[in-house]
Write a protein that binds this ligand. Structure first.
Ligand code: PEP
Length: 253
């Protein structure tokens, strides 16, 4: 990966009350290597963002991301959170299209394209998640499937508009299952994704866009995964809830 940014993002999902979140952040600060050059992004649930922003404001190494934003600008969408709101409470990033959002909330590619648009309008970096289900890999359609996820969602943007984009390859069969992709599976898919980016947006764009791996990445396997040429870091679920594990992952480059 060499010249690209190194990024580790923690997706806390629907875990942590405010007091638990504050102690987790304190634990991360205690364990974090002061000389790390890795971008560290914490993605807590939306109600915690504002308090975490105050808690981490003077810590340039820690950035905040939301787990989702609405495809709508504002209005009568009870329960939804807009990209502008997310930005207003200190986020620089937002996860878009996590497989749990696609599966539990039926988010589709058209909607995800709108969400990315809202994120970019609000100067947020989208962390756009793609990845195949187990049966799609078994049918050997995983490369085509991932290509379609990328092209259908991103085709109407220019490379310039997507300057802040981060991709996260998260094979659905690896998320929360303990079944990590092998380094070979991760590298071949990341290289493929970079090729799709090159065909669609050009080599410069493909070379500089970070592609994170997600799916049962932990303190034991992160080093090998991050050593792959096209893996630029990780989107971490379960292992981001324990400060020492999360920091070991950050220190795995
Ligand atoms: C995720 O939810 O993005 C994720 C990668 O989860 P886990 O690390 O728990 O597999």
């Amino acid at each position: 990966m060499g010249f690209r940014r190194k990024i580790v993002a923690g997706n806390w999902k629907m875990n942590n009350t405010l007091s638990e979140a504050l102690s987790l952040v304190d634990g991360i600060l205690t364990n974090l290597d002061a000389s790390t050059t890795t971008e560290v992004i914490l993605c807590p649930a939306a109600p915690l963002l504002s308090a975490l922003d105050s808690h981490t404001k003077n810590l340039p190494k820690i950035k905040l991301g939301a787990q989702n934003c609405s495809e709508h600008v504002s209005g009568a969408y009870t329960g939804e959170v807009s990209a502008a709101m997310v930005k207003s409470v200190g986020c620089d990033y937002v996860i878009i299209g996590h497989s749990e959002r696609r599966m539990c909330f039926n988010e589709n590619n058209k909607q995800l394209a709108e969400k990315i648009k809202r994120a970019l309008e609000n100067n947020l970096s989208p962390i756009f998640c793609i990845g195949e289900k187990k049966e799609e890999r078994e049918k050997n359609i995983h490369f085509n499937l991932v290509k379609t996820q990328i092209t259908e969602v991103l085709q109407n943007f220019s490379a310039k508009e997507l300057d802040k984009l981060i991709l996260a390859y998260e094979p659905v069969w690896a998320i929360g299952t303990g079944l990590t992709a092998t380094t070979q599976q991760a590298q071949e898919m990341h290289a493929f994704i970079r090729k799709v980016l090159e065909e669609t947006f050009g080599k410069l764009f493909a070379d500089k866009t970070p592609i994170l791996y997600g799916g049962s990445c932990n303190a034991q396997n992160a080093k090998d995964l991050f050593a792959c040429d096209d893996v630029d870091g990780g989107l971490i679920g379960g292992a981001s809830l324990k400060a020492s594990d999360f920091c070991s992952i950050i220190n795995s480059f």
